[in-house]
Design a protein. Structure first.
Length: 91
């Protein structure tokens, strides 16, 4: 996907916000630690980085659930496959 720097930064910010929200709400992390986890998972990638933004191919919900419950969360926690209504309302 090709986007402007402004679009990329806005998307990065939104995904970090969603990831942090899940980590706080479902993972029990304090707000500051949840934000740190989001930055760790979604580091800024320079414009010329190969595959910049590839992490965006799945929603923050998926990445956060994977961090909290492991790769098999869809099988072991089918109740968490779909994002909650509260998560979807973050938009």
């Amino acid at each position: 996907m090709t986007w402007s720097e402004e679009e990329y930064v806005a998307y990065l910010h939104d995904e970090r916000r969603r990831y942090a929200w899940v980590m706080e709400r479902y993972g029990g992390l304090a707000a500051a630690r949840a934000r740190e986890a989001a930055v760790e998972h979604y580091p800024y990638e320079p414009r010329d980085a190969p595959f910049r933004g590839l992490v965006f191919h799945d929603e923050a919900w998926h990445w956060a659930m994977r961090a909290l419950h492991g790769d098999r969360y869809p099988t072991e926690r089918p109740d968490l496959i779909d994002p909650s209504a509260e998560y979807l309302a973050l938009d």
